[in-house]
Structures are given as C-alpha cells and as structure tokens.
Write a protein that binds this ligand. Sequence first.
Ligand code: C2E
Ligand code: MG
Ligand code: MG
Ligand code: MG
Length: 286
Amino acid sequence: AAKNSGRNRYCYFTSSLQHTAVSRMRLSGDLRSALEKKQFVVYYQPIIELATGRMCKAEALIRWQHPVHGQIEPSEFIPMAEQAGLINAIGDWVFLQAAQQVKYWRQKIDPAFQISVNKSPAQFRADNDGGRNYWLGYLEELELPGDCITVEITEGLLLDTTERVKQVLQEFRGAGVQAALDDFGTGHSSLVYLKELEIDYLKIDCSFVNNLASRSSDRLLCEAIILMAHKLGLKVVAEGVETRAQRDILLEAGCDYAQGYYFSHPMPPALMELQPAASTRAQART
Ligand code: C2E
Ligand code: MG
Ligand code: MG
Ligand code: MG
C-alpha cells in the first residue's frame, strides 16, 4: 500500500515511523542499500560573513531521496545510520562529494571558498574506521589543501570518544583542516568540549537565535557567547537566522558569520552557483 501512496500518505507514514519499530527496521534496511542505489544527495547552505554580506563558505547537508517516502530528514536517518554501523560509509561519501565540490567552486567562484562537513561522534570511533583518517587521504588524492574544509563536530552522548576526537582533530589541524563546534549550548558538556578540543569556530545553536529579537535573555546569552568565543580566539557562526532583525542584532553583537533561511535554504549545488552573493563576488574580481 505504501508503494502506491502519494504525497498525502507521506505525513501519515512519517508519524507512524515515530511509533512503530517495524517501520523503523524497514527504513533502516532501505538505508543499507541507499548508497549503492544513489539515493543520497548533498545540499549546500551558504554561510555569510556578516560584516560584508558575502557568501564565503557553505555547509554540506545530506538528503535522502527515498523512492517511496520522498525526502527523509537527516535527523531521522543519521541516528539510524549510526545504530546500523553505516555512518562512516555515508559520512565518507558526503565528504568526498563536498571535497570535489569545493575544488570546483574554488576554481569557478572563489579561490578561498570553504565547505563545512558534519562529523558525528560515532564517526570518530576508532573501531569504525580502523583508526585511519580517510578524509585526509581524500584531500591528498584530490590535491586539495586542508583549508578547503571545516569539520563540524556535534557533542554527542558518546563522551568516551572525546580522546579520539581530540586526536583526530589534531591530525586535521596538522593538515590545515579547521574545526567547528556545532549546536553550541544545547548539550550537557559544551564547555568541556570547548576546554578539551582545539577548535576554530563555535556555532551558536538555532534555539538561541529563534527568539533573539523578542527575548532579552536570549539576546544577552548570544552576546555573552560571542564575547566568550572571541576571548578564546574563536570565530562565531550563528545558526538558524531567519529574520532581518536577528541578523542586525548578531551583526551589532560582533558575530562573525551567519547561516539560515533569511539568507538561503540549503540547496543543490547548481543553484548555489546562481546565488547573488556568489555572482557579485565573481564579478567584483573580473
Ligand atoms: P546541523 O549540522 O546543525 O545543520 C543545520 C540544520 O539547520 C540543517 O538541518 C539546516 O537545514 C537547518 N537550518 C538551516 N537554516 C535554518 C533556519 O533558518 N531555520 C531552521 N529552523 N533550520 C535551519 P538538516 O539539513 O535537516 O540537518 C539536520 C542535522 O543532521 C544537521 O544539523 C547535522 O547534525 C545532521 N547532518 C546533516 N548532514 C549530515 C552529514 O553529512 N553527516 C552527519 N554526521 N550529520 C549530518
Ligand atoms: Mg552542522
Ligand atoms: Mg547546528
Ligand atoms: Mg545538529
């Protein structure tokens, strides 16, 4: 029945997914073959330098185009991939796409362009990758400098991986790859991560940005996070910026970069090249 379902059935199925273990198992089975069936695509969301309004970076965000259920959110299938032991295969694939893309955009749009790639704590587990840093290998193969890529780390429940994360980040740093602490402020040990890990960017979680213009406590928190980050020598990226008012407050607070629907939704790479920010920049140089 699900096979013949149209758009209307999609919502129904999504809500049942949250409730039945059987549907989850089925989807998790589909996930196993999704890579070879080429059902994943990578979207990119511009990251804007607030002081200049220029798009100087983008974040790679995976999408799963399921033949029956349509587009499935990463928040739904990334945890499944982690549980099924598929996260490294999928994450490595995303990295390879992003690396090829940044190579092309550096030639075509901006010689300093950077792409951020997410790496969940499960992807740092030594037993998952045999202790090898495949990502650095890909960069070498593509003859790309490390500063093309920023690795975004989310704080997970896998606190046992902290030592391993530290070690891998040092390898990355040695090759010029930068690191960002994602969803800052949402976990239980964000400050421990800040203390333990050598990172370059702090990404303020969208939950702090949502009510920036209406709640003075949220505004104060953002300002304090920005001050703290700058004192530690880090640059700040605000996530989930949806309004002009939020952008203005962040700019005034000295936030370095912003990302969100106000500037652009995540989109396929071909559309990124049509972004005004990209074309203005390309024109400005010629
Ligand atoms: P994230 O890394 O924090 O990515 C930002 C999320 O915020 C993205 O959700 C993006 O679409 C969404 N977003 C951007 N601007 C706005 C806005 O203005 N308002 C709101 N409400 N949301 C906005 P998305 O693409 O659904 O990804 C969700 C999460 O899935 C990501 O959160 C990341 O943790 C994970 N993820 C995505 N791609 C990958 C991947 O390739 N590997 C791994 N390990 N995780 C990934
Ligand atoms: Mg991220
Ligand atoms: Mg985030
Ligand atoms: Mg996240």
